[in-house]
Write a protein that binds this ligand. Structure first.
Ligand SMILES: Nc1ncnc2c1ncn2[C@@H]1O[C@H](COP(=O)(O)OP(=O)(O)OP(=O)(O)O)[C@@H](O)[C@H]1O
Length: 403
């Protein structure tokens, strides 16, 4: 801001003598210097304050990083008061009073779920339990999949029926013979080969509720959450008897113990221990059967394969030629397919593909027909679909299998 001479409010009048003008200007100069001095002091103070905040910010950021790394526990807010917040830790049910920043306090009310660190400071607000459950657990009353929807896998299906369907439908048979039916069935094999499909079909056949949970979803960052979800899973199953519990990607919680001792690994271990204890205490399980699936059989901790746990292991491989033909027929059942399509030939050309790949080829073939303005799907559409998926120019899953 620079004033021109014309703008300046001069401290003398035109009539003042030369001496008076000099004195008035000197007086003004002293005042301005004084003001300047004050401004400089204030600037220095502000700089010092700024440094202080900067340091505080660094300290808090550091603290924040540390908090993120240390194990977090789940707690429920009991009371919000002037003194702070009373929380109750899950697991040990201990109550504690903790201070909370204003920012964190927003949205926290009695009943809220929060993550707390070792010193019981609240570091995160968590979703409602019901939301978490809904996200990780899929409950289907008698799913819409039948045995006729599964191509190939006759042997595997027979074994699943024997171990899951029979105990649900004819429990007396086992009682009369005096044996316990196998506890859990583990399906293992490459992705997209029909493991989920079989579990759903057997649930439908027995009029059972199908309850699916993915192992990867059970691996939670917060101490005690995974184990609690496992407990909830079995409780939901008991509430919905008869029920088929399907745990997909079980390797996520039941991998061989690693040497690392991070809190994340310890939490995975706790989740697995909870699963084992649910399975061990399963004599009174009534009409609940468990099926688990994995693509990584080699990774599994042998503890889950002990008798009384997942003691029936069923390999679900890629379909053979006959199986592929059946799967082509299943997925074209509702399609308008031209007479020139030979399912035997298609099966012969799709060696190494999974059921999911074949389903993708059928859908893609239908798309080629639509693009050509036809309502009938021809052999050339299947060929083009195969080629497209083979070159990886389509669905990612399929390109992986072809690679
Ligand atoms: N044997 C099969 N018969 C008919 N359709 C199949 C078969 N296998 C897979 N499919 C089709 O592929 C889809 C995916 O299969 P599914 O989810 O059962 O595979 P998965 O083995 O459980 O795979 P992931 O290990 O990836 O979970 C099914 O919905 C079905 O449409």
């Amino acid at each position: 801001m620079t004033d021109t001479v014309d703008d300046v409010d001069l401290p003398y009048t035109e009539e003042a003598s030369h001496q008076e003008k000099i004195e008035a200007l000197q007086e003004r100069l002293e005042v301005v210097e004084q003001q300047n001095e004050e401004m400089r002091d204030r600037l220095l103070d502000a700089n010092a304050e700024n440094n202080k905040y900067q340091q505080k910010l660094e300290r808090l950021s550091h603290e924040n990083e540390k908090l993120k790394q240390s194990p977090l526990f789940v707690a429920t807010v009991q009371e919000v008061g002037d003194q702070g917040v009373i929380i109750k830790q899950h697991g040990n049910n201990q109550e504690a009073l903790t201070e909370v920043t204003d920012e964190m306090l927003e949205g926290i009310e009695p009943g809220s779920r929060v993550a707390v660190n070792n010193s019981l400071s609240i570091v995160k607000r968590l979703d409602d339990e019901a939301d978490v459950r809904a996200r990780v657990m899929q409950v289907e009353e008698s799913p819409d999949v039948g045995y006729e929807d599964i191509g190939g896998l006759e042997e595997q299906l027979n074994e699943v029926r024997e171990t899951v369907e029979m105990p649900l439908k004819k429990p007396d048979l086992f009682k009369d013979v005096g044996i316990n039916p196998p506890s859990g069935v583990l399906l293992y094999g490459p992705p997209g080969t029909g493991k989920t499909l079989m579990a759903k079909a057997v649930a439908q056949q027995t009029d059972a509720t199908f309850i699916k949970m993915a192992g990867s979803e059970l691996v939670h960052k917060f101490i005690g959450e995974g184990a609690k979800l496992v407990r909830d899973l079995f409780q939901v199953a008991r509430d919905h008897e008869p029920a088929v519990v399907f745990i997909d990607e079980i390797d996520a919680i039941a991998s061989k113990r690693t040497d690392s001792k991070t809190s994340g690994d310890a939490e995975v271990q706790r989740t697995m221990m909870q699963l084992l204890s649910e399975m061990d205490g399963f004599d009174e399980r009534g009409e609940v059967r468990i099926i688990a699936a994995t693509n990584r059989f080699d990774m599994l901790d042998r503890a889950i394969l002990r008798p009384g746990r997942f003691d029936r292991l069923i390999e679900v491989p890629h379909p053979d030629e006959e199986g592929r033909e059946k799967i082509f027929r299943i997925h074209t059942r509702d399609m308008n397919v031209s007479d020139d399509v030979d399912y035997g030939v298609l099966a012969g050309e799709t060696d190494g593909m999974s059921g999911a790949d074949i389903k993708a080829i059928c859908t893609e073939a239908g798309m080629f027909a639509i693009r050509d303005d036809r309502t009938t799907v021809q052999a050339k559409d299947f060929r083009r679909a195969s080629e497209k998926l083979e070159t990886g120019d389509g669905d990612e899953d399929v390109s992986r299998t072809f690679a």
